[in-house]
Design a protein around this ligand. Sequence first.
Ligand code: ADP
Length: 173
Amino acid sequence: MTAKLTILRDDITKLSVDAIVNAANSSLLGGGGVDGAIHRAAGNQLLAECRKLNGCETGQAKMTDGYDLPAAKVIHTVGPIWQGGNGNEANLLASCYRNSIALADKHQLKTIAFPAISCGVYGYPIDQACQIAVSTVATEVAKIDTIRKVIFCAFDDKVYQQFLDALQQTQAH
Ligand code: ADP
């Protein structure tokens, strides 16, 4: 059976899932937006573990514990900064989702929640980013059995609506 894809309008730091994904920057040492919220909610032990990871390249993903979060694990991935669309941004963004799913699968995680990677300060057009998010995840989870549920977690109405549109389009195909 294929994993269920769902969309929530929520604060990702509140979700009790096996892993939440962090839209981190390449230092993995915290930042603003969802990254800051995750570090605040997880506590200082998260930063201590992140310091040992030596950063992360754009499109790649690394995993830590969740510490004080309700989520057991955090998968840190680094989205591309939008540069107009000719800088390989679409492939790099798809890689974030692919590599995060691969890491979750490798660790036998069953439930995973994503924020809208690159849709904040990194400036990716939200409609395009949500399309890539949903279509990439749908393709990946169809190949694996372990993951039961993927949540796309929107923090605002615009992202929520774009995730919904993207899911409808993906399911229509
Ligand atoms: P990036 O640098 O990858 O653009 P941001 O954190 O600036 O990352 O934004 C990514 C998305 O995460 C944005 O849509 C933003 O509204 C959203 N976001 C911010 N805080 C949270 C949160 N607590 N839970 C879920 N999503 C959040």
